[in-house]
Design a protein around this ligand. Structure first.
Ligand code: GDP
Length: 409
């Protein structure tokens, strides 16, 4: 196992105020990446992340805890994306904490009509407290009254965020039909039905958008030394330099790249997928986690050859039995292994491991630090359990469940 392949993994969540379009967007992301072939309609409850509807429709429950898919930005290697479900109606704040803990980055969806709503403020603060790097998607740009600038302004005013518009929407409301990428210098046009045509920007685009690109460079340069020196010395700033500066600054929590789209019309999905790859962290970009051990706290880096440490974060029920979803922070978990369970205080055998791809589970022999995998067949598994080597028992989570103070989905 080459640790460098972890650089091409993204474990992310989609978080939003209810009704901002989280379900629609998640489904479009799965559709564009080929994980699902047929899209449901949100209003009849048949979207892929609505797992109860899928259960009814297809006789399978996936829990939608973590769905794996992949995306290849133009001219770049393939990246694995794992979409982690964030709780809908939550009864315990600990559910929120746990979901923010197992993801490495998140897409926050705002409605470009309603702006930053109260639930978004709550979850924003929580994500920030957990140090989760974020990108934002101003959705519903096709609706009457939608404006990209309002979302940017409210992110500043209500969230104290530092939003970076990394592109410019073309047209508005019913004629919203394109996106200018200020970093990669491309223009994407959308046709009805979701087809997207992308081209490099030409001399006219340069005249129209160069000033906005300069503004973005100036804003990011305040938070990135490499970009700042190129900017001050008036050197040519190429796309790769700007992109890597935005990435570093986003991972450091200095700012939030913002895109615009209309999920319902499948507009803006490809630029968002590119941005997920470009600006959200890989498991290697996150700080080490701390686990308790009988020799005191230990720091765990995402190293497949390190001691085993995984957190069970969700139990889902499948036709063939329960699925215990695990985020692995360190070590390698193999089918057949016996592992120590911190809450059960006993050793259990892992007989089958699987990843969920849309509505199917797919058996795997082993899973590595940084991965999300499901253990099949563990009856009475509980979330919050740490899995480790019996010889080196570890505890990742010792917080107690608290009554909910939040409600978001
Ligand atoms: P969630 O509650 O955040 O999961 O939001 P949904 O995905 O269920 O969307 C809420 C409503 O907004 C549904 O009626 C969607 O069809 C609609 N919707 C979502 N995205 C868009 C969009 O981009 N444009 C328009 N016009 N409607 C949208």
């Amino acid at each position: 196992m080459d640790t460098r392949s972890l650089l091409r993994w993204r474990n992310l969540g989609v978080i939003a105020h209810v009704d901002a379009g989280k379900t629609t967007l998640t489904e479009r992301l799965l559709w564009k990446t080929g994980a699902i072939h047929r899209m449901g309609e949100v209003h009849d409850g048949a979207t892929t992340t609505d797992f109860q509807a899928i259960e009814r429709a297809r006789g399978i429950t996936i829990g939608a805890a973590a769905v794996q898919t992949h995306w290849t930005p133009n001219g770049e290697p393939d990246h694995r994306l794992t979409l982690i479900d964030t709780p809908g109606h939550i009864d315990f704040a600990i559910e929120v904490e746990r979901s923010l803990r197992v993801l490495d980055g998140a897409v926050v969806v705002f409605s470009a009509v309603d702006g930053v709503q109260p639930q978004s403020e709550t979850v924003w603060r929580q994500a920030r407290r957990h140090g989760v790097p974020l990108i934002a998607f101003a959705n519903k740009m096709d609706r009457i009254g939608a404006t990209f600038d309002t979302v940017l302004e409210q992110m500043r005013d209500k969230l104290g965020a530092n939003p970076w518009a990394i592109g410019v929407p073309i047209g508005s409301e019913s004629s919203f039909d394109g996106w200018v990428d200020l970093i990669g210098r491309t223009v994407e046009h959308w046709e009805d039905g979701g087809a997207a045509v992308r081209r490099p920007w030409n001399a006219d685009d340069d005249a129209a958008y160069a000033a906005q690109r300069q503004q973005l460079i100036a804003a990011v340069a305040e938070h990135d030394d490499a970009l700042a020196s190129a900017y001050i010395e008036e050197r040519e700033i190429d796309d790769a330099l700007l992109r890597s500066a935005v990435r570093r600054a986003t991972l450091a929590g200095k700012g939030v790249p913002v895109l615009a789209g209309a999920a319902f019309k499948t507009k803006g999905i490809e630029p968002l997928l590119d941005a997920i790859v470009h600006y959200l962290p890989s498991p290697l970009d996150r700080p080490p986690v701390i686990a308790e051990s009988d020799r005191g706290d230990v720091e765990l880096a995402p190293d497949p050859s390190g001691p085993l440490a995984g957190l069970v974060f969700k139990i889902a029920h499948h036709d063939h039995g329960p699925l215990a979803f695990v985020r692995l922070y360190s070590g390698t978990l193999k089918a057949g292994d016996a592992v120590w369970c911190s809450l059960g205080q006993r050793t259990r055998r892992v007989s089958r491991l699987a990843v969920v791809q849309a509505n199917r589970t797919h058996d795997v022999e082993q899973a590595y630090a940084g991965e999300i995998v499901a253990i099949l067949g563990w009856k009475d598994a509980v979330s919050g359990e740490t899995l480790s080597d019996a010889a080196h028992p570890l505890v990742l989570e010792s917080i107690q469940a608290q009554p909910a103070v939040l409600s978001w989905r």
